[in-house]
Design a protein around this ligand. Structure first.
Ligand SMILES: [Fe+2]
Ligand SMILES: [Fe+2]
Length: 167
């Protein structure tokens, strides 16, 4: 027996689709800011992250449709266009992912409360992904704190981050 999406779950999934698209927009804005500041490695890292967020958004899009729900796209707010330092940008990225983690957990609570087992199974991938998202930012932030105001160390870190490959 297939189970159709309940209205409240459909709304929460659409809200998360919006959150993932807003994440895409945020990281693309960070990529553009790094590119403008001649930090191509950090720009590349954020471009890959932005693409990953588009992938997350598409997972929600497909899940809603597969369940017979309706996708409702919301307007994206204009993201911030400039960050005062790489440390400020990566710290903002971590704070953003912590926000996303709490949203995913709230969504999981809702799916469980509604006994929506397919959505619960779908969300498990995101629970794991959020652990990775936060864990990958922490060492970069740690390194940026050590780098401080030392340009040669910053350019070395930039070159390392350029190696990030698209999934
Ligand atoms: Fe995401
Ligand atoms: Fe990821």
């Amino acid at each position: 027996m297939t189970m159709t999406l309940r209205t409240n779950v459909e709304k929460a999934l659409n809200d998360q689709l919006f959150e993932e698209l807003a994440s895409f927009y945020l990281y693309l804005a960070m990529a553009a800011d790094f590119a403008a500041k001649q930090l191509p490695g950090m720009a590349r890292w954020m471009e890959v992250q932005a693409q990953e967020e588009m992938g997350h958004a598409m997972k929600f899009y497909r899940h809603i449709l597969e369940r017979g729900g309706k996708v409702t796209l919301q307007a994206l707010p204009q993201p911030q266009t400039s960050w005062e330092s790489p440390l400020a940008a990566f710290s903002a990225a971590l704070a953003h992912e912590q926000h996303i983690t709490s949203r995913i957990h709230a969504l999981m609570d809702l799916a469980r409360g509604e006994k929506d087992y397919p959505t619960e199974a779908f969300l498990q991938w995101f629970v794991n992904e959020q652990v990775e998202e936060e864990a990958q930012l922490e060492p970069i932030i740690h390194r940026l704190k050590l780098v401080g105001d030392h340009p040669p160390a910053l350019f070395m870190l930039d070159r390392e981050l350029a190696a990030r490959e698209a999934d």
